[in-house]
Design a protein around this ligand. Structure first.
Ligand code: G6P
Length: 369
C-alpha cells in the first residue's frame, strides 16, 4: 500500500508533495516559449465573444468553491470584468441574473458533483456560455460545458483536496491573464512579469514543503484545542477559508475563517487566553491593517501563528510563531500560502489519530444532491 502512495504514509501527503509537478503540468504548453503570452487553444470562445462578456459567475462546491473565491479576485483584478462566486447549491435556487453575455465558470475536481452539474445545466438553459475547470477529462462537467480547461493535477485520491485545488488556482491565473490580454487590460511588461512569477511558483512550493517540520510542530500544539480561528484580508481571507475547511475535514477540530477586519463585529468575543489564531499576512498592501487585527487578538490572549512573506519578518514581533513564504506577486500568494495550511491540517489529523485520507462522513465526490 505504501508503494501506491509513492513511499508516503498517506495519499494526502503524497498529493501535497505532487503540487510542484501539478503546477508545472497545468501551466505546461499554455505559456509560450519566451514567456510573453498565454496560449489557451482549448478555449473556443472567439475574441468577439470574450469582448461581449458583461459578467462572470463562478460556481462550485467545497474546496473548488474556495478556488473560485481566489478566481473572482484574479479575474476582476486582471481583466476588470465583474465576477460573482457562489456555492452551487445556493446558486441553483437563488434565481441568479444570467444573460447571454454571462460567462459561467464551473469548477470541479471530479466533474461529477451533482449541484455543480445542475448549476451548469441551468446556466446553459438560460443561455449563458459555460467554461469548466476540471481535473477529469471526459467527466460530465467537461462534456457538457462549452469550453474546458483541464487541470493536470493527476488523479487525486485523498478526500481532502490539495493538488486539485492549487491546480485550479493556476487555471484561474492562466484564464485571467488570457482574458486580460484579449481585453487589453494588461500591459505586455506586466504580463511577462506575471508569467515569470507563475513559473517560479513550483520551486517556491518546494521551498515551503521543506519547512514541513515547523508545520508539524504547530499542528501538534493546535491538536489539543477544540476551536480555533483563521484570519486574513483580501486573498488571505480566501485562503483562510480554505485552510479552515481543510482542518475541519480531517482533524475534526472546529474552526472558523474570519475577514480580519470583521473580527471586532462579533468573533472577538470568542477570543480568550490560549485560543489559537492562524493569521494570514501575505498581502503586502494590507499588512499594516492585518497587523493591527493581530494585535487585537493578541491583546485578548490568543496564541497567534502568522504566515507572512520573506522580507516582512517584523511579523514575528506581533505573533507567537511565524512561517515565511518566498516572495511573489500579491496576486499569486494564494498558490503559496495555502501549502502550510494543508500541512497543518494533515499533521493535526495525524496527531489526532484520524483516518487522514478517508475522513468520517465525507465523500470524495458527491454525486447526489
Ligand atoms: C466533496 C469533496 C471536496 C470537494 C467537493 C467538490 O465534498 O469532499 O473535497 O471540494 O466535493 O468536489 P468537486 O469534485 O466538484 O471539486
Amino acid at each position: 500500500a505504501t508503494a501506491e502512495k509513492g513511499g508516503y504514509d498517506h495519499f494526502m501527503l503524497k498529493e501535497i508533495h505532487e503540487q510542484p509537478k501539478a503546477y508545472r503540468d497545468t501551466m505546461g504548453s499554455r505559456i509560450n516559449a519566451d514567456g510573453s503570452k498565454i496560449v489557451l487553444d482549448e478555449i473556443r470562445m472567439t475574441e468577439d465573444q470574450i469582448r461581449s462578456i458583461r459578467n462572470i459567475h463562478v460556481v462550485a462546491c467545497g474546496t473548488a468553491y474556495h478556488a473560485g473565491l481566489v478566481g473572482k479576485s484574479v479575474i476582476e483584478r486582471l481583466a476588470r470584468v465583474p465576477v460573482e462566486a457562489d456555492v452551487a447549491s445556493e446558486y441553483r435556487y437563488r434565481s441568479p441574473i444570467i444573460t447571454k453575455d454571462t460567462l459561467v465558470v464551473v469548477v470541479s475536481q471530479s466533474g461529477e458533483t451533482a449541484d455543480t452539474l445542475a448549476a451548469l445545466r441551468e446556466a446553459k438553459r438560460q443561455g449563458a456560455r459555460v467554461l469548466a475547470i476540471t481535473n477529469v477529462v471526459g467527466s460530465s462537467v467537461a462534456r457538457e460545458a462549452d469550453d474546458v480547461i483541464i487541470t493536470w493535477a493527476g488523479p487525486e485520491i485523498a478526500v481532502a483536496s490539495t493538488k486539485a485545488y492549487t491546480s485550479q488556482l493556476i487555471a484561474f491565473y492562466l484564464f485571467g491573464l488570457y482574458l486580460a490580454e484579449v481585453l487589453g487590460t494588461i500591459e505586455a511588461a506586466d504580463l511577462r512579469k506575471t508569467i515569470a512569477a507563475l513559473q517560479e511558483l513550483p520551486e517556491q512550493v518546494e521551498n515551503i514543503l521543506q519547512q514541513s517540520a515547523k508545520m508539524e510542530s504547530f499542528a501538534k500544539q493546535i491538536a489539543a484545542h477544540n476551536s480555533l480561528f483563521f484570519i486574513g484580508r483580501g486573498l488571505d481571507f480566501a485562503i483562510a477559508q480554505e485552510g479552515s475547511l481543510k482542518l475541519k475535514e480531517i482533524s475534526y477540530i472546529h474552526s472558523e475563517a474570519y475577514a480580519a477586519g470583521e473580527l471586532k463585529h462579533g468573533t472577538l468575543a470568542l477570543i480568550e487566553e490560549g485560543v489559537p489564531v492562524i493569521a494570514l499576512a501575505a498581502q503586502e498592501e494590507l499588512l499594516e491593517k492585518t497587523l493591527s487585527n493581530i494585535k487585537e487578538v493578541k491583546a485578548r490572549g490568543a496564541y497567534v501563528i502568522g504566515i507572512g512573506l520573506e522580507g516582512n519578518e517584523e511579523l514575528s514581533e506581533f505573533v507567537d510563531a511565524a512561517i515565511y513564504l518566498p516572495r511573489t506577486l500579491s496576486l499569486l500568494t494564494p498558490a503559496l500560502s495555502v501549502i502550510p495550511l494543508q500541512l497543518l491540517a494533515y499533521y493535526a489529523s495525524l496527531a489526532k489519530g484520524n483516518d487522514v485520507d478517508k475522513p468520517r462522513n465525507l465523500a470524495k465526490s458527491v454525486t447526489v444532491e
